[in-house]
Design a protein around this ligand. Structure first.
Ligand code: 9WN
Length: 435
């Protein structure tokens, strides 16, 4: 039985409703005034807790931005009325989709969300749930195939990111070495807007922003063609957080394929999932007690100590000693900290507890880890992360974008949609448990 609603549940629902813009949800007012890809997937799972129709709608609106080749972009600019508060807008991206979009993508949480939304809907009316799910399943499968074709052309099983923003963990120290190779020159001047809304000390440095935009201009210059981008990319990371999410999405899609009697889809997905599972397992580094990404330009492991090293738990069934070592390492990072797992290892030179993806805690990362830890029979640590997330929201941070693990302070944007969604889903322990 889910616990009875409290005032935070009411507030979380009110945030999702206030951030609604005619069927899609902005991450937060002003700082992020459009539809973001993985934010919407998390939000759909939040809506599924109390309004399944709206949950489907969130995913349907995101698919309006899907490209002919299957890519679902990281931003869909449905309505440009708030455009002056965000940079880079459509003119910088220079893409040609009918609804304006960015030209890069984000972690494919979509199919995972679709599974959750479908299951919530099917509990009421299974035929209606299937009918509404089918076109979204097809969109998700098309995107899944895009990932493999465009971002793993050599069939390694790991998918690569060509821009740090594709990771969703934009400013992570995991990108520092690779990003340093990207020039800071841009054709048009960089006009940051983020620091009008949030303290500069919490955001990426100007130099990094120039590199982010250099990459955008480089890819716009080759017409956003995946093969030409692959050939020209100065930043190319075979990335474990995204690959783990892709594999979990692949598992959820395979279940849909079986349910819908799509035998050939099911066979394709089984083969892709098996290849990726093996490749991801090979990225485990026992000396670090973490998984690592690979820099495809240098060929080196990306061994910066970031949370991404633990996210493969979401999609793998780990041997017990590996899972134990990983949990011990996560426990070490989060000992004495507030809100759950920090995004970098505390006390190391890269640790910055307030700066974007360089130390703070994100509720949605905890959520992915909670699911993976339960899958791997580490319910006790999963519950610690879950409780820590709920507690920091209820006591110090509210529904902020992210949290300072030293103080519990809320940072970044306020009344943030994915924090609200995480609260609703993590609080509902029974459903979070999969039972
Ligand atoms: C760029 C919307 C997005 C999240 C990302 C987060 C941040 C954007 C930015 O905000 O990225 O996409 O401008 O910094 O890093 O995970 O999807 O909430």
């Amino acid at each position: 039985m889910p616990p009875p609603d409290n005032k935070f549940v009411a507030k979380a629902k009110a945030i999702l409703e206030a951030n609604d813009r005619n069927g899609y949800t902005v991450p937060t007012h002003r700082l992020y005034p459009f539809q973001w890809n993985w934010d919407s997937a998390f939000v759909a799972m939040g809506f599924a807790q109390f309004d399944v129709d709206r949950a489907f709608r969130e995913l349907e609106r995101l698919v309006e931005g899907q490209w002919a080749d299957g890519m679902i972009p990281h931003i869909v600019f449905h309505d440009l009325s708030g455009a002056d508060s965000y940079y880079p807008g459509p003119a910088v991206w220079g893409t040609s989709h009918t609804v304006a979009t960015s030209g890069i993508t984000q972690p494919p949480v979509f199919a995972i969300a679709l599974r959750a939304v479908h299951d919530a809907a099917a509990a009421v009316d299974s035929a209606a749930a299937n009918a509404r799910t089918l076109p979204l399943y097809e969109a998700a499968l098309k995107w899944q195939r895009w990932w493999y074709a465009a971002r793993d052309p050599e069939n390694t099983g790991l998918v690569a990111l060509l821009h740090p923003w594709e990771s969703g963990s934009d400013n992570s120290p995991a990108w520092d070495i690779a990003l340093a190779r990207v020039p800071t020159t841009t054709i048009k001047p960089v006009v940051r807007k983020d620091t009008n809304h949030v303290a500069a000390a919490m955001r990426p440095h100007d130099q990094d922003y120039a590199r982010f935009i250099h990459l955008v201009e480089t890819y716009a210059d080759v017409g956003w063609d995946p093969a030409r981008q692959w050939a020209t990319a100065p930043f190319k990371i075979a990335e474990i957080q995204t690959t783990a999410i892709l594999l979990k999405a692949g598992e959820d899609l395979a279940r849909f394929a079986a349910d819908f009697g799509r035998a050939s889809d099911a066979a394709d997905l089984a083969a892709l999932n098996a290849r990726t599972r093996a490749a991801l397992l090979a990225q485990w580094r026992p000396a670090l007690n973490r998984f690592v990404s690979r820099d495809l330009v240098s060929g080196a492991d990306v061994d910066a100590s970031t949370h991404a090293g633990f996210v493969p738990v979401l999609a793998l069934d780990l041997d017990a000693p590996v899972a134990r070592a990983m949990v011990a390492e996560m426990a070490r990072w989060s000992a004495g900290k507030l809100g759950g797992l920090p995004t970098t290892e505390p006390g190391t030179p890269i640790w910055e507890p307030k700066r974007y993806w360089r130390g703070p805690v994100w509720a949605v990362i905890n959520w992915l880890l909670v699911d993976g830890l339960r899958r791997n029979a580490h319910a006790v640590f999963a519950d610690q992360l879950r409780e820590a997330t709920l507690a920091v929201i209820e006591t110090t941070a509210g529904f902020a974008e992210y949290f300072d693990p030293d103080t519990g302070e809320g940072c970044g944007g306020e009344d943030f949609s994915w924090t609200a969604a995480a609260y609703l889903c993590l609080r509902d322990a029974d459903r979070g448990d999969g039972s």
